[in-house]
Ligand binder design. Structure first.
Ligand code: FES
Length: 95
């Protein structure tokens, strides 16, 4: 095993877990769509992969989705909806 610094300036983990209604999950609130939109914007702006938008398969707060965790900074968002994308982009996806 080798240890090194994180190779990304920032990582934005978007929960896309979808339990298909069997129990609450971020998939109930369009987690996949939020992820795709954020990742698409990061790519369009040439930020990816320096700023990496990644899927998470559960961040452990399933009733509060869509959940997003941003590192570094240990920032957490919950209840994210597609209409919040502009605010997230302004906060985290500037060149
Ligand atoms: S399903 Fe998203 S936090 Fe668990």
């Amino acid at each position: 095993m080798k240890q090194e610094n994180v190779p990304y300036e920032k990582q934005i983990f978007v929960c896309t877990n979808d339990r298909k209604g069997e129990s609450p999950s971020c998939g109930d609130q369009q987690g996949e769509a939020v992820f795709k939109e954020l990742r698409g914007i990061a790519k369009e702006r040439g930020l990816h992969p320096r700023i990496r938008v990644a899927q998470a398969k559960c961040l452990g707060q399933c009733n509060r989705g869509v959940n997003i965790m941003v590192s570094p900074g240990e920032i957490w968002y919950h209840g994210v909806r597609l209409e919040d994308i502009d605010a997230l982009v302004k906060q985290h996806l500037q060149s």
